[in-house]
Design a protein around this ligand. Sequence first.
Ligand code: HEC
Ligand code: HEC
Ligand code: HEC
Length: 286
Amino acid sequence: MMSQAAARLPHTKHGEATIMKKLIFNTMILVFCCGVISSAFSEEVICFESRKGASEVTKHDLQPGLPNVKCSPKTGAVLWWGDPFDDTVPLGDMPLLGHISPDKAVVKPRSGKLTILPMCGVACHNGVGPAFIPPTLPKDKKPKPLPMMETLLPDAQNLQHGRGGIWCLDCHHTTQRNKLVDNFGDPVSFDQPQRLCGKCHGDKLRDWRDGIHGKRIGEWASNGKKRWFVCTECHNPHNVQDGARNKGFIQIEPELPPQLPKGMKNANHEHVHGISQPHHGASSQH
Ligand code: HEC
Ligand code: HEC
Ligand code: HEC
């Protein structure tokens, strides 16, 4: 188009200047439009499901008009799921919890969210070297300085879990570093952290099984299919007892109150108790 237009114009000094101006102007428009278009396309919305920095999902359409998640513009947290079973796998064996129907309980695997994990079993610790010559295994589970790990994982500088009473190999398998460890020393997948946490927090594990602790989304009926959130989706195992608050959870600002239903001017009625208070006078003496 541009060359056709240029060909039609006479080759005078003035003509050339006009062409140049037009060219510059067109290029500028082109650059501007491309910028707008590409930013409209590349503007990824990423929000977190439960733990900021460790449970991120990228918003996309499952079908035209049906997003996988709706994200809060205020907190960046997921407010709603288009498909609660998106990216989930069966919960897997839970020897301590009795039979849980595999088609009713699904979880989102953790492995894909962990950035260092893929290196753990190969780069340095494959159990017997080869990074260490001669190959050595830790002699015990006691705390010791780990400069390399502290760089990779700042929480390891001052592990805030168990008040100094537990250390890495209480949770991580000695020879299979891409695995967690159960009470018998057997490897446990990072996708089943409940098998690890449950060995020390049995009460929480049972509450979790019963749906009293944690979170589930999915079919409403109590025997319906549900996605269970696993322990590490909410708890960072390396800082559950962080700092003065003695909690791993970062407080997030609450959402704004929802929009009032059409026609309602205020929500003052909510300040009035719907249920009448018991009369103290009835059974006791005044
Ligand atoms: C209470 C159990 C526990 C202790 C103690 C523990 N970890 Fe972990 N660690 C875990 C779990 C569980 C995960 C997976 C976390 C997740 O899914 O977000 C993990 C993840 C990791 C990862 C992978 C992180 C990533 O993003 O890929 C590294 C590396 C690691 N731990 C190193 C250590 C070191 C070093 C220590 C000791 C200073 C330690 N851990 C102590 C339970 C523990
Ligand atoms: C080897 C034993 C052990 C394992 C495994 C373990 N914990 Fe702990 N955990 C402890 C101890 C010990 C404490 C400290 C309890 C206290 O301070 O009273 C603790 C404390 C906690 C707390 C804080 C408790 C509180 O009262 O605020 C949380 C939350 C927690 N653990 C979650 C987890 C999760 C999630 C996992 C799995 C990733 C896990 N733990 C695995 C031993 C363990
Ligand atoms: C959906 C998120 C979620 C999941 C999943 C979850 N927890 Fe928790 N957990 C919490 C919250 C929130 C608290 C309260 C923390 C607080 O008070 O700051 C808590 C508290 C705890 C405590 C401290 C209890 C206390 O009495 O103060 C322990 C221990 C614990 N969880 C272990 C677990 C274990 C083990 C699992 C997996 C079997 C698990 N949690 C799964 C959110 C979760």
